[in-house]
Design a protein around this ligand. Structure first.
Ligand SMILES: CC/C=C\C/C=C\C/C=C\C/C=C\CCC(=O)SCCNC(=O)CCNC(=O)[C@H](O)C(C)(C)COP(=O)(O)OP(=O)(O)OC[C@H]1O[C@@H](n2cnc3c(N)ncnc32)[C@H](O)[C@@H]1OP(=O)(O)O
Ligand SMILES: Cc1cc2nc3c(=O)[nH]c(=O)nc-3n(C[C@H](O)[C@H](O)[C@H](O)COP(=O)(O)OP(=O)(O)OC[C@H]3O[C@@H](n4cnc5c(N)ncnc54)[C@H](O)[C@@H]3O)c2cc1C
Length: 665
């Protein structure tokens, strides 16, 4: 392991004895190879050995403004360290922006995240070669710091409803940016409040008196020297949030603010000098930056889930409570089947989500390269799958993190457990980059279209043509994946039937769509789950895995597939043919038995599995999850840091409590 302590909790020590598989093999698998693991470890040593990047006091004890200042200090220091990073700049940046290494230093969100996660990608995806030449080097060198300003006070989801206008003035060859109402103010963009001095701003483009829809504009917001907002720019921070409090989300208004014509990012559409508008090949190309972020969010929430599962699993093997066998020593809480039922499905989910996210990342790269060559064929499938997996990983991830917190009892409720921060991050991903319900409906639109038109991309091929596979109960893994497939197809058909029923009643298509939302969302979720389980099963068929690693991963795969089936059993009842054939009842009896057996089979390997994630204590940032299992001492040490413990009697006693006590005498 990366950290060997002198103390090791005896229960954890026992858990780690006789591990039947090579932990490093799993670590390498998750990192993407032995060399990548070595590179990651080297980078972690480089960053985490720097004393200046350590917190003097826990962040919870700082004011809102001090938290921001402290995190900005560390974020800037990290950028200075980039230059000499042993891992090279790009891998270092990737590690520093997300929930892994970066979160060990910047626990409540990186004030520079949006610059790298959205501003630079927007420039690359939306700017012409000339525009990239003008801005990209400046952005990479941090001569300018940007964000992505799209959401407004009045609209986040419905982009066609955005109110900010950019009106072309051919006389001066400028665009005039304007916020025509309070609800037109940009509201939410990360880093906008205090950090960024530039932004890619999405605004309704008007030229020759006609609105051409939302387009991206490169806009300077603050003076490069003084950092004061430029005249015509109204800017500020929106205040404390449930989590991510050092991402300085902000607001922004425009008062007839002028920018040159060539600051419309013109890779896909242009406005010529005389104001002539040149259309893009596909109007949704201006949404491409969001697609990229949806893809990386899947990876990010998976890393966060891994942290939560590691903390909860180690703690559950250290924690002893109650009585299992009368008269015996109190058992490790992990030995309760109920606790295994809480923790082993999320443990399995970390593998399932990572494998599906890897698949999505590959699709993104292929589709993006094709788009660069003018071939948009993969775009609908990429949009459908990125929406589906972003919504699935973030919603299931947030639920699982909460279960992990609950599994740690009272101590899980402490801020220092790190669950509040992890939850704050994962649940934010349910909302940002497309609110999940809205994304499910986008997925459903793609599924319905595919099923009806019998044409679609690779991820929806199963909806085209006749259903293949066994029609009766088949208890093999393939058989159960087929049940997922039949459910997914069945739910799309149920949704279509519902739409057609409304149509026959004379409802307009948009009303029919609204009235079928419950079915449409269920169909979209079943599709996403099918994709995840298929990726998991297929990944285990290929790959150079040793027999012991294949065995434990297969157990996790089977457990996860059955867990979801049991959890979502209600959905099977929507598919009429399942009930007719009594398939549901028989399947459940068989599966529940197997699920319980799998819990017992995986239980002894739980600590070894989370150890193989190889997450350093600094990244877990929780006394409950440390490698050494010295939970109680560490909780005491954390309590000692409370400002209320710096004196035996707090001054407020004399001010408020003492007079009150006296008055009662
Ligand atoms: C490494 C670390 C990673 C991450 C974490 C680190 C830090 C995190 C810190 C901060 C958070 C980071 C980022 C958050 C930033 C944001 O939140 S930015 C704002 C994001 N906003 C949204 O996502 C808005 C959601 N809304 C939409 O996307 C759209 O409005 C809509 C899709 C819901 C609807 O758009 P419409 O124009 O109305 O379209 P439609 O009529 O429904 O559909 C028309 C057709 O267009 C297709 N389509 C829609 N979107 C896309 C797309 N993106 N790509 C391709 N195609 C698209 C749709 O499928 C329809 O096709 P048809 O063939 O059926 O007509
Ligand atoms: C932490 C965080 C960071 C963010 N960072 C950025 C950023 O950097 N840049 C940026 O531009 N934005 C950012 N955002 C904004 C974010 O992208 C939006 O909040 C998000 O897209 C949701 O939009 P909304 O707030 O308008 O929600 P709404 O759309 O108002 O959602 C409210 C409810 O209405 C429902 N609803 C809306 N439309 C439909 C529909 N068509 N059918 C059915 N139900 C519907 C939703 O499901 C939801 O339940 C951030 C948000 C958060 C929380």
């Amino acid at each position: 392991m990366s950290q060997k302590e002198t103390y090791e909790n005896p229960d954890l020590k026992k858990e780690r004895q006789n591990c039947p598989f090579n932990k490093e093999e799993i670590t390498n698998l998750l990192d993407g190879g032995k060399e990548k693991t070595a590179e990651r470890k080297q980078l972690e040593n480089y960053i985490l050995s720097d004393e200046q990047l350590k917190d003097a006091v826990p962040m919870e004890y700082l004011s809102h403004a001090d938290k921001y200042a402290e995190e900005l200090r560390k974020a800037c220091l990290l950028m200075h360290k980039l230059e000499n990073s042993p891992a090279g700049q790009v891998p270092t940046l990737r590690a520093l922006m997300g929930a892994g290494l970066g979160s060990a230093v910047l626990k409540e969100g990186n004030p520079l995240a949006l610059h790298y996660v959205m501003f630079i990608p927007a420039l690359m995806g939306q700017g012409t070669i000339d525009q990239q030449a003008k801005w990209l080097a400046k952005a990479y060198n941090l001569n300018i710091i940007g964000t992505y300003a799209q959401t407004e006070l009045g609209h986040g989801t419905f982009l066609r409803g955005l109110e900010t206008t950019a009106t072309y003035d051919p006389n001066t060859q400028e665009f005039v940016l304007e916020s025509p109402s309070l609800t037109a103010y940009k509201w939410w963009p990360g880093s906008l409040g205090k950090t960024a001095n530039y932004a890619v701003v999405m605004a309704q483009l008007y030229t020759k008196g006609k609105c051409e829809g939302t387009h991206p504009f490169m806009v300077q917001l603050r003076d490069e020297e003084t950092h004061e907002p430029l005249p015509g720019i109204v800017i500020g921070e929106i205040g404390p949030k449930l989590g991510m409090n050092t991402n300085d989300n902000g607001y922004l208004g425009f008062e007839k603010f002028r920018i040159p014509r060539d600051q419309l990012l013109m890779k896909h559409s242009q406005v010529l000098e005389d104001g002539t508008y040149v259309k893009p090949t596909n109007s949704k190309l201006s949404y491409a930056t969001m697609v990229f972020v949806r893809v990386v969010v899947c990876q990010d929430v998976t890393t966060n889930l891994r942290k939560a599962v590691t903390i909860a699993t180690r703690y559950s093997c250290v924690r002893r409570q109650s009585e299992l066998k009368p008269g015996d020593r109190e058992p490790q809480v992990m030995d309760y089947q109920a606790q295994q039922n809480k923790l082993l499905p999320p443990l399995a989910a970390t593998f399932a989500f990572q494998l599906a996210s890897d698949h999505l990342w590959n699709l993104y790269n292929t589709a993006n390269n094709n788009i660069e060559q003018g071939d948009l064929e993969l775009l609908p499938d990429l949009h459908g799958l990125s929406c589906a997996l972003k919504a699935l990983c973030s919603s299931e991830g947030a639920n699982f993190v909460e279960v992990c917190r609950q599994s740690c009892g009272g101590h899980g409720y402490m801020a220092c457990s790190n669950f509040p921060r992890i939850y704050g991050q994962v649940t934010a991903a349910e909302t940002y980059e497309g609110e999940n319900t809205v994304l499910w409906l986008q997925v459903a639109r793609y599924l319905v279209k595919t099923r009806k038109e019998q044409t679609g991309g690779l991820s929806v091929k199963y909806l085209i043509g006749e259903e293949k596979g066994p029609k009766t109960v088949d208890t093999t893994l393939e058989g159960i994946v087929h049940l997922y497939r039949r459910t997914a197809v069945g739910l799309v058909d149920v949704a279509i039937a519902e739409l057609e029923k409304s149509g026959r009643k004379g409802e307009a298509p948009h009303d029919a769509w609204n009235h079928a939302a419950v079915y449409l969302i269920k169909a979209a979720q079943a599709h996403a789950r099918l994709f995840v389980v298929e990726s998991f099963v297929n990944s285990l068929k290929v790959g150079n895995l040793s027999a012991p690693v294949r065995t434990v991963l297969s157990q996790l795969c089977e457990l996860f597939i059955i867990y979801w089936l049991l959890e979502r059993s209600g959905e099977l009842f929507f598919v009429r043919q399942f009930i007719k054939k009594r398939l549901v009842t028989v399947e459940f009896q068989v599966r529940t038995l197997l699920y319980v057996k799998l819990l017992a089979a995986i239980r002894p390997q739980a600590v070894n599995l989370v150890d193989s994630f190889d997450l350093r204590d600094e990244i877990l940032a929780s006394p409950l999850g440390c490698w050494d299992g010295n939970v109680y001492q560490r909780l005491f040490d954390e309590a000692a840091k409370s400002p209320l413990n710096q004196s035996s009697v707090h001054e407020s006693f004399h001010k408020y409590l003492k007079p009150l006590l006296k008055s009662n005498l």
